[in-house]
Design a protein around this ligand. Structure first.
Ligand SMILES: Nc1ncnc2c1ncn2[C@@H]1O[C@H](COP(=O)(O)OP(=O)(O)O)[C@@H](O)[C@H]1O
Ligand SMILES: [Mg+2]
Length: 303
């Protein structure tokens, strides 16, 4: 991440009600810094896409405003659009356009000269591991390849703000990691990146900071470490549920025939794993995860 504390995006009281009754966003306030990867993490229906569409000037908020590099989505949407490139949640490259066509045309549309557009298209297709299939029509590609073609076109853009709504849904593990590392690289170059996900591992891996949203409200915001510190335990041990001594261990989340035990002290965690191993049982200890924090803070039944 770039160390700058300069603010790129300022979200002020943004609310959205659809059809006079669905309160998709209930008034959220936060800021996003220049050069950071900022993730909106929340279950399906939390309001992530609604927020992203307002940010990208595709949808008007019912209340509030967002300033992007000083321009307001309400008062100056054309100026905002010049600074943003996005991958919508349901976007798919269906046509007989190739990944090269998408990336090159996108760069030209954004005002680059031909030479710069060729260079940017090539860089981003290589970064997204699409160079080998740059001339293949998108309609004959797999779902994951189609998505990666669109991500390549978006990151080829010279826009200082990149927005990706669930960019890795439908991608395999290698594709996901490649998207994460490409986004980290672009942030290191100074771009501000906003993405949404419902996946805890993705949020933890890629974000500098993240906001947990649920039912249109901001639950918490911070780095993953800051968010994990909201949980009053430091360690988790997974073990067979029926082997856990309920007189000793009190903070237990049952998951079928297994359970997660939350502990404050590393010695306690080590002792518990040792006890299980002596009984020939499988137990795993680790620090608390973002998912633990999410469940603790949001009562999340989603993951
Ligand atoms: N165009 C729409 N009309 C009515 N309700 C909508 C519309 N788009 C989204 N919603 C509702 O708003 C809420 C938030 O949706 P969305 O922003 O898509 O959530 P997420 O992206 O986090 O899954 C949901 O309850 C959804 O059903
Ligand atoms: Mg969505």
């Amino acid at each position: 991440m770039n160390d700058s504390n300069e603010i790129a995006i300022e979200v002020k009281g943004v609310a959205k009600t659809y059809d006079k009754e669905v309160e998709a966003l209930k008034g959220v306030d936060f800021t996003i810094k220049k050069g950071e990867v900022f993730t909106l993490l929340g279950p399906n229906g939390a309001g992530k896409t609604t927020f992203i569409r307002i940010l990208c000037t595709q949808l008007m908020p019912s209340a509030g405003d967002i300033q992007i590099l000083g321009d307001s989505v309400l008062n100056d949407p054309d100026a905002v659009r010049k600074n943003i490139a996005m991958v919508p949640q349901d976007a798919m490259a269906y046509s007989n356009f190739t990944p090269w066509d998408y990336a090159y045309a996108f760069c030209l549309l954004r005002g680059m000269d031909k030479e710069t557009a060729k260079k940017k298209a090539e860089d981003s297709l290589k970064a997204m591991l699409m160079w080998d299939m740059k001339d293949k029509p998108c309609q004959s590609m797999s779902g994951g390849e189609k998505k990666r073609a669109l991500i390549a076109a978006t990151i080829a853009s010279d826009a200082p703000v990149l927005v990706l709504d669930e960019p890795t849904s439908g991608l395999d593990a290698i594709g996901r990691r490649n998207v994460w590392s490409t986004l980290r690289d672009r942030a290191a170059e100074g771009k501000t990146i906003i993405l949404s996900t419902h996946m805890m591992d993705e949020a933890e891996m890629v974000s500098d900071r993240l906001a947990i949203i649920k039912e249109g409200e901001l639950v918490t915001i911070g780095t993953t470490n800051e968010i994990k510190k909201c949980v009053p335990f430091k360690y988790r041990v997974i073990a067979p549920e029926d082997a856990i001594d309920k007189n000793i261990y009190k903070n237990i989340t049952k998951i079928g025939d297994r359970a997660v035990v939350y502990l404050e002290d590393d010695e306690e965690a080590i002792n518990m794993v040792r006890d299980m191993l002596k009984k020939d049982l499988h137990a795993e200890a680790s620090p608390v995860t973002l998912e633990d924090a999410f469940v603790y803070l949001a009562g999340g039944e989603d993951q």
